[in-house]
Write a protein that binds this ligand. Sequence first.
Ligand code: UTP
Length: 295
Amino acid sequence: MTTSKPIKPVRKAVLPVAGMGTRFLPATKAVPKEMLTVVDKPVIQYAVEEAAAAGIEQFIFVTGRGKHVIEDHFDHAYELEALLSAREKTKELNSLLESLPESGSVSFTRQQAPKGLGHAVWCARHFVGDEPFAVLLPDEILVDGVGCLSQMVAAYAETGGCVVAVREVPLEETKRYGIIAPTGEKGSMIAMSGVVEKPDPASAPSRLAVIGRYILQPEVFGELDRHEIGAGNEIQLTDAMARLIGRMPFHGYRFTGQRYDCGDKVGFLHANIAVGLEHPDISGPLKEILKSLKL
Ligand code: UTP
């Protein structure tokens, strides 16, 4: 299907960070799970860097109670910067300054109750307005030289419409994800006839799971306006997306790079080891430690 409308660029990204992070309790009682560190950066920073590399100019965080440190993380810390400067700790100072988004490019809104991912995205509707936008779930670190969202933006430039990152998961895991119904594949782009949230393996339309990166059209807000309750008693983004299929081009983008699900303890440890093994300062000692564990 082709769109008659010109393909508008993706300039804005929504980062939903209002979830409760129950899988990491008690660590996430007072610390947002998005601020847990993978080697030396909080998880959220990986998503922001991926979005910036994809050309995103506006970052819209949907936060909740107890998440204010995320706001502080993306702001100047004058005392700390002055101290690092006075002590000539240039490398550390630069690492702080490099991670700062441009002034005015970051907005925060609150999801006042954790009613689900669809509701969190809907909370960003006035910031997004009438243009395409990306959604990045910061739990997922997706690396492949060039970031997952950059790859999706390039693919979207050809098709327009909506694009969601997908990847095959074991059949028994379909009930943890949105699963697409594929109808054909061309390169990395998969045409689809539907998407269903958390299906049982027996009824899953495929093993292709949506993995936390989306390019969506503003029409999705019209569907989220219904506030329809879906799987897990939450307002699901998947259900709103499903209603757009057939009305505009809608594709899965098969992401083949490395994926770490940092919303899960094992995935989080995997990310720390894998990213650590690539980190110039610690890869040597980390390899020694892993060897010494005699696994
Ligand atoms: P998860 O399903 O991982 O839920 O949300 P969670 O609450 O963060 O974590 P657990 O399962 O209790 O450990 C996926 C993404 O959607 C956001 C989360 O912040 C995360 O980025 N989300 C989820 C919201 O912003 N609001 C919600 O109501 C639900």
